[in-house]
Ligand binder design. Structure first.
Ligand code: ADP
Ligand code: ZN
Ligand code: ZN
Length: 754
């Protein structure tokens, strides 16, 4: 019998093979493709091909009892392949545990780590000066270890932070640190005993939300079967601290305990949301499989199988958990649905929130998207009637939202001088107050944007594209300001066109500078730092958050990641060092990102008995994203933001696809991008898909990544279907001319254009 096999190769087609008997759709097979041995999936009956002689036999049929891909999951993967213009085999590989698509199963490596650990504290700055003198790298390494919670793996220090061996040995010789071998704890959740579930009476808003969701679940059946269709997805907007998690838990009580069905809970990142995960575990115990990035391939496969067999009924995980093989799915919850980490940055470039909505529809499950700051796309869908809006407008137990104060960076100078400061006087005073009262502070440092914007230090003016309303990116090498939406270019300014000042900034303040200033200003404080660079071992996030929870940390410094879902009652002050970095990304979502970031990070303050306060430092105090965040006014923000996006048209009013061409030779990348763009323009003309427009091409905001040059162009259309068909035609019929090293990527609904 001939079958069509989807293979994980970047070719937009399936392949015909012969199987001895029959093989159901979703069955895994091992095959030869040219000289390569690959694992693929049967996805249909083969064409009765005239050239049957040339069809190869499969080497082996791997699933004997049951296909490894269940019907509903295969259907979901087909939708993804189609919508995100990705070969079905590539989608299937992403949807399944790695061991199922590896022709040769590797032996899991021994999980031990060589770690450098601090053994002596240096509480005062004088001691440090004295001990390190001119050994700056040793001091930096010592402080990096401190920031990472007292230890870090050696490979991280050497490979990522570029400390040399002699630097590490220097610390050991000074008696400050020691090397140890540590068994890597892969699954802290496996050994962690969750606290017993708290017993709260639901607030009336929580009760109402639970009731509405419950009511929608009566009489549902999968699409296509007899009976009614899946309920509309719910968008649960609840202010920070309003108790959204308890609503999710009540929904799961109904679905899992009473109806005996399964459920999936998506969180932005497991390591950053240990509290959310342990709340679910405290209610559902062993029914929960936590799918996180620390699992080995073998452990991941075990969790997958336990779900598939129904031994565990709730899957909790980040993005890819949307593919968890939960049979008889009753609910999918997407917590912090606005997070851009739900979008995968490599093929398949899917958005887990959108996939969750589709999966729920296909299986008749209820879908709940929750956030304090829902994405404009999701809110828009409540306006058009696609989703149902539910709100939790107040914090539990009548706790107030924190007061937010704006500090105008345009006027912030060190007392008596014209020297600009990183930490303003009011913020410094507020931190001192917290230290004196043994309360905790969170300071949000924004990473310097990857792309550089231009801002007037005197009046705050930012250089925007007049046509597109996004900030212009300064390309240093070419000395040009470029808009990455319409590709307009201009020379960089020498003076502010608004106030005439010559004091223009072409870059933000780096996180390292801020850290130094915090350490120098509060030498006695216990400071911990959490960002992607310091947190090496997978679980050191967990470790640092544990120390904050036990009040062993006075000031927690971190990037965006600390704004997510943390619930520490001891935190009464949140400081945002510079709100403008997020605002000036060359991105139409910059205002939305800023509003979300400020609201979320402000939401960390005052979650206990004591009220919280927030200080936001900015040179754009009048901007509506900042004003609305001040007033905790999500709907006010959304009204203005949705209006801004009408002219020029941006999502959610229209749909985008970003097409990126990359390669090692700059000239041929440029030629190929121009060629592809004109091919698409002709295709649009020929097919009459006039609803699609093309802008560009031009170099990407980050025009070179890992030795590859990058050009892009944008496709937009108000009609998703028209945009999809142009993307598919481009994907299947067009090959860039010339060099084989050229690659073309089509990113639908991009979350960034960098
Ligand atoms: P959100 O996710 O909306 O920010 P959480 O779900 O983290 O809020 O809840 C905030 C805090 O309120 C948690 O400590 C939670 O245990 C508590 N909480 C939730 N619901 C109630 C309730 N009905 N009564 C009292 N406390 C509650
Ligand atoms: Zn100015
Ligand atoms: Zn423009």
């Amino acid at each position: 019998m001939l079958v069509e096999v989807a293979l994980p190769v970047p070719v937009p087609r399936t392949f015909t093979y012969r199987v001895p008997d029959s093989a159901a759709e979703g069955t895994r097979v091992r095959v030869q493709l040219g000289k390569r041995r690959l694992i693929g999936w049967v996805v249909g009956l083969g064409d009765t091909n005239p050239e049957v002689d040339r069809v190869r036999d499969v080497d082996e049929v791997l699933d004997d009892a049951e296909p490894s891909v269940a019907r509903d999951l295969l259907q979901l993967c087909r939708w993804i392949a189609d919508y995100y213009v990705t070969p079905l085999g590539v989608v299937l590989r992403a949807a399944l545990p790695a061991v199922l698509s590896q022709p040769a199963r590797p032996v899991p490596p021994v999980r031990t780590l060589r770690v450098l650990r601090l053994v002596r504290e240096l509480p005062t700055l004088e001691q440090r000066e004295e001990l390190f003198g001119r050994a700056h790298r040793q001091r930096e390494c010592y402080e990096a270890l401190e920031a990472a919670g007292g230890e870090s793996d050696v490979s991280h220090l050497v490979d990522r932070l570029s400390f040399s061996d002699p630097v590490l040995r220097g610390l050991v010789n000074k008696g400050l640190a020691e090397f140890i071998e540590r068994r890597l704890e892969r699954d802290p959740f496996a050994t962690m005993d969750p606290a017993p579930p708290p017993r709260f009476a639901l607030t009336s808003a929580q009760r109402e939300a639970v009731a509405r969701i419950g009511a929608s679940m009566a009489n549902i059946a999968p699409e296509g079967t007899n009976g009614t269709r899946a309920p509309k997805p719910f968008l649960l907007r609840g202010v920070t601290g309003s108790g959204k998690t308890l609503v999710y838990i009540e929904v799961l009580q109904e679905v899992v305990r009473r109806q005996g069905k399964g459920a999936i809970v998506l969180v932005p990142e497991i390591a950053l949301t240990p509290q959310t995960v342990s709340r679910f575990r405290s209610f559902f115990g062993d029914d929960v499989a936590v799918l996180h990035s620390g699992l080995s391939d073998g452990e991941r496969f075990d969790a997958w199988r336990a779900l598939r067999l129904g031994r565990k009924r709730i899957a909790i995980g980040a993005r890819s958990a949307v593919f968890a093989p939960v049979p008889d799915l009753g609910a999918i919850i997407v917590d912090e649905e606005h997070e851009s980490t739900y979008k995968q940055s490599e093929a398949p470039r899917y958005h887990a929130r959108e996939v969750a909505v589709v999966r729920a529809r296909l299986t008749g499950a209820v879908c709940v998207l929750g956030s304090a700051t829902p994405a404009m796309e999701s809110l828009y869908n409540t306006g058009s009637g696609k989703y149902t809006l539910l709100e939790l407008p107040e914090r539990v137990e009548g706790r107030p939202l924190p007061a937010v104060h704006v500090i105008d960076l345009r006027r912030a100078f060190r007392a008596g001088t014209r020297e600009r400061v990183i930490l303003s006087d009011p913020l410094v005073t507020a931190i001192h107050d917290r230290l004196a009262r043994a309360e905790q502070t969170i300071l949000l440092l924004n990473r310097r944007g990857y792309a550089t914007f231009v801002q007037c230090r005197d009046c705050g003016e930012v250089w925007l594209c007049k046509q597109c309303n996004v900030s212009l990116t300064f390309h240093r090498a070419r000395r040009r300001l470029v808009c990455h939406y319409c590709f307009h270019e201009e020379p960089p300014p020498s003076h502010c066109h608004h106030c005439g000042s010559g004091d223009l900034s072409f870059r933000g303040v780096g996180t390292e500078q801020v850290e130094r200033e915090v350490a120098d200003t509060f030498p006695a404080a216990r400071i911990a730092r959490m960002d992607v660079d310091t947190t090496s071992a997978r679980w050191s996030h967990h470790e640092i958050l544990g120390r904050v929870e036990r009040r062993e940390v006075d000031i927690l410094l971190g990037t965006q990641m600390i704004a997510k879902g943390l619930d520490f009652p001891g935190v009464t002050l949140v400081g945002v060092v510079n709100a403008d970095v997020a605002m000036n990304l060359p991105d139409f979502r910059a205002g939305e990102r800023t509003f979300q970031l400020l609201t979320q990070v402000a939401g960390r303050a005052g979650r206990g008995d004591r009220a919280g306060v927030v200080f936001v430092q900015t040179a754009l105090p009048q901007h509506y994203a900042i004003r609305c965040a001040l007033e905790h006014d999500y709907h006010g923000f959304a009204r203005l933001e949705l209006n801004e996006r009408k002219k020029p048209r941006y999502p959610p009013h229209t749909r985008l696809a970003n097409v990126i061409v990359s390669g090692t030779d700059e000239r041929s990348v440029q030629d190929a991008a121009i060629d592809a763009a004109s091919w698409v323009t002709q295709t649009i003309g020929r097919t009459g898909a006039r609803a699609v427009t093309l802008t560009g091409p031009a170099p990407c905001p980050i025009d070179k990544i890992r030795a590859r040059w990058r050009w892009h162009f944008l496709l937009r259309s108000d009609r998703s279907g028209a945009l999809g068909s142009i993307c598919r035609i481009l994907h299947t019929r067009y090959r860039p001319p010339g060099k084989a090293s050229l690659r073309m990527i089509i990113d639908r609904d991009p979350v960034t254009l960098l």
